[in-house]
Design a protein around this ligand. Structure first.
Ligand code: TYD
Length: 140
């Protein structure tokens, strides 16, 4: 499956490094929400959902974690281990986040406000959803 990552430009000098994320520039959508997770317990795995329409960019701004992506046919794993790396996740992609380092802070930028009705939280329901969508697409 195709994985899209971004290498954000670092503005570094003797004082340190600054990264700027801007909607419709280095982030490919209008940013309507930002959330982040931290204090992640050892061995925890979260996510376990797909979105019907939401687009997101994940940035592990501290520490590291792994993201499993699944488009219903193929799976891929991405290691997020530097704050200048962004992972773009579009709709119809199952994701799981795991292998968080103790200090991990995973930040997510999203193009929509939180909306539970956009979630598919069951893997079999996700596969059914894709199958139906695919069949409808072929009819159109
Ligand atoms: P949850 O969907 O379980 O997180 P994950 O994607 O890591 O599995 O979200 C945890 C809780 O936070 C849940 O009660 C919903 C809430 N939440 C919000 O209120 N706003 C948000 O933007 C997000 C992503 C979650």
């Amino acid at each position: 499956m195709r994985i899209t990552t971004f290498d954000f430009e670092e503005h570094g000098d003797e004082r340190g490094i600054l990264i700027s994320l801007e909607e419709n520039l280095n982030i490919p959508f209008t940013i309507r929400r930002c959330y982040f997770m931290y204090n992640l317990m050892p061995g925890v795995r979260r996510g376990y959902h797909a979105h019907k329409t939401l687009r997101q960019v994940l940035v592990c701004v501290r520490g590291s974690c792994r993201i499993l992506l699944d488009d219903g046919t193929e799976q891929a794993t991405v290691l997020l281990d530097r704050p200048n790396l962004g992972l773009y996740i579009t709709a119809d992609t199952w994701r799981e986040m795991y292998d968080f380092s103790e200090d991990a802070v995973l930040m997510v930028l999203a193009d929509q406000l939180y909306d539970e009705s956009d979630y598919i939280r069951n893997y079999d329901a996700f596969l059914d959803y894709l199958k139906k969508k695919n069949a409808e697409g072929k009819q159109a």
